[in-house]
Design a protein around this ligand. Structure first.
Ligand code: ACO
Length: 332
């Protein structure tokens, strides 16, 4: 039994937060943000719109595009660092309920921006072992809920959104995942951290006073490590599977910063038409970034059945992951 990437869906909130809007909130400029990150605008969820709402909308599209009923799904994995509840229940359980899926295994994983590719590796293992047939994986973030909109070094970067995919069993090897690789190095944990709430800092007045509930990032150090790690990871997965970078029609890197994407693409000698870029319109949507980018090229007609995708991502933990797989869904 093999695992195939059966379908993709995404949801993007309607509210736009532009660089010009941010100019009115913190000491920054459209020019600085564009030059340093490539981001023009990002989307922000509505006040009453939570992570599971966005995830459910993306999931419905993915399930429908796979030609399945919600009752066909036998595992739900949600990857997020902005769950509906920080402790319990898992957002995957809430998504299952909102979709009307009963009595299936459902859990969350936390791997920050690498979460979607981590979830792919989990879905692959469950499907290949024969334990599950149709796994729904969802990357969803209401990142605006952990951003300090007075901190110019982080608030310009992040946005909200969700992307979902159905990973299904197949006997056809030509449709199957080629490879997934996921890794982590906790010695860099302090590069990207949301200090509270957690067992180190349970909610307290100190948490509120010191803003420990907001994301903190060592931006410059993260930037340098991201370029190095992403490049190495892609080189490894291509070499391991004897595939040349020029033979990849769709290189889909994590959308954190256009300069990172460009540096990695150049190091791999990728042509511009191979590299998928959505960071200008959505910013960094963490675990939702990769599936939102896949959905973008799918809906614009660029991604067709059978075409090879190379995914490459990097995030808090630190975590990183890459995947090489054909798109096995129907062309839109
Ligand atoms: N507007 C204007 N000036 C700013 C802003 C801003 N929004 N933010 C920072 N600056 C200033 C700094 O204060 C600093 O000023 P100084 O020289 O007077 O001290 C100067 O700009 C340079 O700051 P740097 O942090 O060195 O700028 P850099 O070029 O590194 O860009 C950025 C910052 C955009 C954050 C970049 O480092 C980056 O993208 N890092 C990687 C982020 C990333 O990949 N994250 C990984 C995944 S995220 C996840 O897992 C959730």
């Amino acid at each position: 039994m093999y695992a195939k990437f059966h379908s993709i869906g995404a949801y993007v909130p309607s509210k736009v937060l532009s660089n010009e809007d941010l100019e009115k909130m913190v000491e920054t400029s459209n020019e600085w943000i564009l030059k340093r990150t490539g981001i023009k605008e990002r989307r922000i969820a509505g006040d009453n719109e939570v992570t599971s709402d966005m995830a459910t909308k993306a999931s419905k599209i993915a399930i429908e595009r796979a030609g399945l009923e919600v009752t066909d799904i036998d595992l739900v994995v949600c990857t997020t660092v902005t769950p509906d509840y920080f402790n319990m229940p898992a957002t995957a359980c809430i998504i299952s309920d909102k979709l009307g899926i009963k009595n299936v295994q459902a859990f969350d994983i936390s791997a920050a921006c690498s979460g979607f590719v981590y979830a792919l590796s989990i879905a692959k293992a469950f499907v290949e072992s024969g334990m599950k047939k149709h796994v729904l994986i969802v990357g969803a973030e209401k990142f605006s809920s952990i951003v300090d909109y007075t901190d110019r070094s982080t608030c310009i970067l992040f946005g909200d959104g969700a992307g979902a995919a159905v990973i299904s069993a197949t006997n056809d090897k030509s449709e199957a995942f080629i490879d997934v690789h996921a890794s982590a190095d906790g010695s860099y944990a302090d590069f990207l951290v949301t200090p509270a709430p957690g067992s180190i800092h349970p909610v307290s007045q100190k948490v509120i006073d010191e803003g420990l509930n907001f994301v903190q990032m060592k931006g410059n150090e993260t930037f340098k490590l991201a370029v190095k790690t992403l490049t190495k990871d892609v080189k490894n997965i291509l070499a391991k599977n004897a595939i040349n970078s020029e033979d990849i029609p769709h290189f889909i890197p994590h959308q954190a910063n256009y300069r990172i994407i460009k540096a990695v693409g150049d190091a791999l000698k990728m042509r511009e038409d191979q590299v998928v870029v959505t960071v200008h319109k959505y910013g960094n949507t963490s675990a939702a970034s990769i599936p939102m980018a896949i959905n973008d090229i799918y809906e614009s007609g660029r991604l067709k059945k059978g075409e090879l995708m190379l995914l490459d991502t990097f995030g808090g933990g630190l975590t990183w992951a890459s995947a090489l797989l054909p798109f096995a869904g129907e062309t839109l």
